[in-house]
Design a protein around this ligand. Structure first.
Ligand code: NAP
Length: 339
């Protein structure tokens, strides 16, 4: 495995989550020319609570050029450069498993959350014809979209969705490093995250749809940056096609299970969703590490006088919302024989 953008916020999560992974080993850590040639321990300004793995510290950071000795290239690249670099890697025969937005809405590229739309993997075969040499690109959604799509999926399947609104409270780590200036975020809420609302509105529909056709109900998103280190909170109101009660909705959320359990994917959490009954949960500090950061926590499932139903969801943005879901995607690719 190679990690492209290994020095960044998402790249560091890849390195941390690949430490001791039973199937995968990070054989190459790649980043910009600024970091290439330096030891990873010097090039990465490590800011995770978990220590930097010893094996990574002395690895030399290499430039992001295809030909690395790795079948899978995990990408945590800055979106300004990810598009072209990921294409080069796909053309060079690598399986690119990306976090970046650049290829997510390409109709031939799966936008994947394994528990929700593993059937979209069929697009890989279509795409292989484009790149030849066995290369392809698989993407995971934007971090806040993961929380929305995972919590909306059981409701969509059980009751249908007529329309949905979501307001987010998003963690600072979602902006990468150095991210938002402390002067801007201290004692503050910033009601704008460039492109985020559009991504939530379009990506969620692609995920909930079939490989060939997106779902088609209106979504309205409002995104805010808040002073939380990790964990995006989403306040969701939804009108379902078929009328439902909060109790029935909570049951559908609680009973949501992945059909992938028999594959034994190492990063698949026991439960994709957990539903809390306390009136003051989920909270980022207490709930973001549910299922080692891979379980989305839902709470406050209740009646909404306007839409019928509302709830709060919490997703760990760099684990389930980025590196963790990408590693799960690669595990699914391996288990399905796509690598
Ligand atoms: N943070 C999140 O919660 C999150 C969640 C989901 C998706 N994403 C997406 O994941 C991607 C990475 O986000 P991030 O937050 O990790 O960003 P980041 O902390 O700014 O890291 C960006 C990475 O890209 C590398 N890079 C920049 N310019 C490059 C170039 N010209 N050639 C090669 N490498 C280059 C950087 O290397 P140097 O250190 O050498 O500059 C660094 O490793 C973005 O597309 C973002 O939208 C982020």
């Amino acid at each position: 495995m190679a990690v492209l953008g290994a020095t960044g916020a998402v790249g560091q999560r890849f390195v941390q989550l690949l430490d001791g992974h039973p199937w995968f080993r990070a054989g190459a850590l790649a980043a910009s020319e600024r970091s290439a040639g330096r030891r990873y321990g010097q090039a990465a300004r490590w800011f995770l609570e978990e220590p930097m793995p010893e094996w990574a510290r002395d690895m030399e950071v290499v430039p992001c050029r295809p030909g690395l000795d790795a079948r899978v290239a995990f990408s945590g690249l800055d979106a300004s450069v990810a598009g072209a670099i990921e294409e080069e890697f796909a053309r060079g025969g690598h399986a690119v498993v990306s976090n970046s937005r650049n290829h997510r809405m390409d109709p031939e590229v799966p936008l994947l959350i394994p528990e929700v739309n593993a059937d979209h993997l069929e697009l890989v075969e279509v795409q292989k014809r484009r790149w030849r040499g066995g290369g392809f690109i698989v993407t995971n959604p934007n971090c806040s979209t993961v929380g929305l799509a995972m919590s909306a999926a059981p409701l969509y399947r059980a009751f249908g969705i007529k329309r949905l609104v979501v307001a987010t409270l998003q963690a600072i780590s979602g902006a990468g490093y150095p991210g938002v200036s402390s002067v801007d975020i201290l004692d503050n809420v910033i009601p704008f995250i460039g492109g985020e609302e559009e991504k939530m509105e379009s990506e969620t529909l692609k995920i909930l749809g079939t490989p060939k056709a997106a779902a088609s109900f209106p979504i309205s998103a409002q995104c805010h940056r808040v002073q939380v280190s990790d964990g995006h909170t989403l306040a969701v109101a939804v009108e379902t096609d078929q009328r439902t009660t909060p109790e029935e909705a909570a049951r559908a959320l609680r009973e949501f299970r992945s059909s992938l359990a028999p594959l034994g994917l190492p990063s698949l959490p026991e439960r994709p969703l957990t539903v809390r009954d306390e009136p003051d949960r989920p909270q980022p500090r207490f709930d973001r590490m549910a299922g080692k950061g891979m379980t989305v926590t839902v709470g406050r499932v209740r009646a909404c006088p306007v839409f019928g139903l509302k709830y709060v969801a919490l997703v760990h943005n760099t684990i389930r919302g980025a590196a963790g879901v990408a590693i799960l995607n690669a595990e699914l690719l391996k288990a399905k024989g796509c690598l």
